[in-house]
Design a protein around this ligand. Structure first.
Ligand SMILES: NC(=O)c1ccc[n+]([C@@H]2O[C@H](COP(=O)([O-])OP(=O)(O)OC[C@H]3O[C@@H](n4cnc5c(N)ncnc54)[C@H](OP(=O)(O)O)[C@@H]3O)[C@@H](O)[C@H]2O)c1
Length: 275
């Protein structure tokens, strides 16, 4: 893990996951600085991770090699404009996890020609099994790309995008994706209960099956279509269920759902960039 100083602006859910991951990855706590307006949240971060927490953003970023923007998307423009002179002086790398906010807009708010990495992590980062896509603008050096990747890899796997427009599809698949699986688990659990299982049994069987299927698919050399085929004997129980799901056009439903999420991500990018 790098010895670089990383300053977080915003000490909420995403910052907490990343800080937890970095500490677990043996990043020195002394190299992590957090700006957070809420005193209770500041105290909790200091208590839980022994990091330095500040009320003032400009104080938190002093001397930082990397500045992680982890406030809500609607606040990014004001935060970046306020810190721009300090960030330019220090030549810090800016990494934004804000959904929908484009690199070009952050660069413009910084005054132009600044290194900016945009990241789209997801909530399983909380348990170090996140999936993050990264995109770097032209000002980001190879060393800074490595640094950004190292930070986000502390909470899961990382992929790089060469076209920032793909962030909308990433948002639709992995950014919003955990909710689709929670919805599926909810539906499976309810179906199990409707057939007489008690809630706890239906819950555990559903979750362990989801975990087992994901782990098996990740560890297998076969693609998921082949894994599905292997558990679906003609005329068997799985075939009966799959027939119902395909009859309800599950693939079409997912295509339309992900297109709706990507479309909304694009709309948000335009709305946020107009600030
Ligand atoms: N959570 C996710 O799954 C996820 C996934 C991908 C990307 N993201 C992105 O991560 C970012 C943070 O999300 P989150 O879920 O961590 O939100 P969050 O829990 O609300 O955390 C944001 C924190 O920033 C603080 N804050 C507000 N204004 C500030 C300012 N001017 N300076 C410093 N701190 C300020 C907030 O305090 P107050 O509450 O007092 O305003 C809050 O503690 C968002 O941009 C989101 O798009 C999140």
């Amino acid at each position: 893990m790098s010895e670089n100083t990383i300053a977080f602006i915003g000490g909420g859910n995403m910052a907490r996951s990343l800080i937890g991951g970095l500490i677990a990855d043996r990043h020195p706590a002394v190299g992590l600085r957090i700006a957070e307006p809420d005193a209770e949240r500041r105290d909790a971060l200091t208590r839980d991770f022994e990091v330095q927490a500040f009320e003032d953003n400009a104080t938190a970023i002093r001397g930082a090699d990397v500045i992680m923007l982890a406030v809500k998307p609607a606040r990014i423009a004001d935060v970046v404009r306020e810190l721009a002179p300090h960030i330019r002086d220090q030549k810090s790398l800016v990494i934004s996890v804000a959904a929908g906010v484009r690199c070009a807009d952050i660069d413009r708010w910084l005054g132009g020609e600044s290194p900016v990495v945009r990241a789209m992590p997801n909530t399983p980062a909380l348990v170090q099994t996140g999936a993050t896509a990264l995109y770097a603008n032209e000002q980001v050096t190879d060393e800074q790309r490595d640094l950004a990747e190292t930070i986000l890899r502390a909470v899961g796997m990382v992929v790089w995008l060469t076209d920032e427009r793909d962030m909308n599809a990433v948002t639709a698949i992995s950014g919003s994706g955990p909710a689709y699986f929670f919805l599926t688990m909810e539906a499976m659990q309810a179906a199990g209960e409707s057939m007489g299982l008690d809630a706890r049994t239906a819950h555990l069987l559903t979750l362990e099956t989801a975990l087992g299927a994901a782990r098996m698919a990740l560890e297998s050399h076969e693609d998921v279509d082949e894994l599905k085929r292997r558990v679906t004997s003609p005329g068997g129980t799985t075939a009966a269920a799959i027939g119902e799901l395909e009859g309800g056009d599950l693939a079409g439903l997912y295509r339309r759902a992900l297109q709706a999420a990507a479309h909304r991500a694009d709309e948000l990018g335009h709305e946020l960039g107009d600030q």
